[in-house]
Design a protein around this ligand. Structure first.
Ligand code: PLP
Length: 283
């Protein structure tokens, strides 16, 4: 089946979808987004993702449909795609709207809502079984990282650098403390306790992060602390893992050229990764 996309209430073939060249998303990256995983046709944590979209839009004063409407439209679009029965993901983007190019946006713009479904892009099993390498780079982003903005240049430059270094992800550091990855949150394990940087303005409050903190850790009897993590502490951790919608729960065994966590996937990470698999594949 040819893939259809959603554009402002219409579900249309991809090649028929056109965006105005004066859409502020195109000119200024003036918009917000979400990526929602679909497991066996069911969106995972749909409400949480859409609540975050509503929140991000409100932070940037972008007009946004109410949550219930977003939920209905998302389900209606999903039902029209190949992913209503299988694993996939939906990219959802809301831009401020169209106007003649000017920095200070005029009031009353009509936002533009786009959705596009695609494959989930599941990572190779070996990444989860054997762990991955990450690199550390300075966090060059703005100080409102809790907003899921489409302005992602520092993130994409960081991710590209990771690829160049044959690493899975770049984890960023600000003033000597770990913040997060270019598209994932980060945790360490110390003596069986999970530690992750607090959800300040310097990180995105990831839905997968919350799933680990609120659903999986309590279920497995694991304590979680939200604490700042200095780089030295990070490198000395018993275990390190990343979380994200497409990253899921990903063990890290190498940071730059240094082996960490004894170069092995730790027991706690493995437990969490398996529980996440179970949760997402049995919803
Ligand atoms: C910067 C950043 N941090 C964290 C995450 C993980 O968030 P989530 O678990 O909601 O996918 C993402 C996901 O895209 C991200 O871009």
């Amino acid at each position: 089946m040819k893939q259809k996309v959603y554009l402002n209430g219409e579900i249309i073939p991809r090649e028929k979808a056109t965006i105005d060249i004066e859409d502020r998303g195109y000119q200024f990256a003036d918009g917000v987004y979400e990526v929602i995983a679909i497991y066996q046709g069911k969106p995972f944590k749909l409400t949480e993702h859409l609540e975050r979209l509503v929140f991000s839009a409100a932070e940037l004063e972008i007009e946004c449909p109410p949550l219930e409407k977003l939920e209905q439209e998302c389900q209606r679009y999903l039902a029209s795609t190949d992913y209503s029965q299988q694993n996939g993901k939906i990219y959802l983007q809301l831009t401020r709207g169209v106007c003649s190019r000017t920095h200070a946006y005029p009031d009353g713009l009509e936002s533009v809502l786009v959705m596009k479904a695609g494959p989930l892009g599941e990572k190779p099993e070996s990444y989860f079984k054997e762990g991955v390498k990450i690199i550390i780079r300075p966090d060059e982003r703005w100080s409102r990282c809790y907003v899921k903005s489409i302005a992602l240049l520092p993130n994409i430059m960081a991710k590209k650098e990771a690829k160049r270094e044959a690493a899975y992800e770049t984890v960023m550091e600000r003033d000597g403390f770990i913040t997060e990855g270019s598209s994932a949150n980060v945790f360490i394990v110390e003596k069986g306790t999970l530690i992750t940087p607090p959800a300040t303005n310097y990180i995105l409050k990831g839905i997968t992060r919350q799933t680990v903190i609120e659903d999986i850790a309590p279920q497995k009897g694991l304590e979680v602390k939200e604490e700042s993590i200095a780089l030295t502490r990070f490198l000395a951790a018993d275990e390190i893992f990343l979380t994200g919608t497409t990253t899921e729960v990903m063990p890290v065994i190498q940071v730059n050229d240094k082996e960490v966590a004894k170069g092995q996937v730790g027991d706690v990470t493995q437990t969490l990764y398996q529980a996440y698999r179970q949760l997402t594949r049995s919803q």
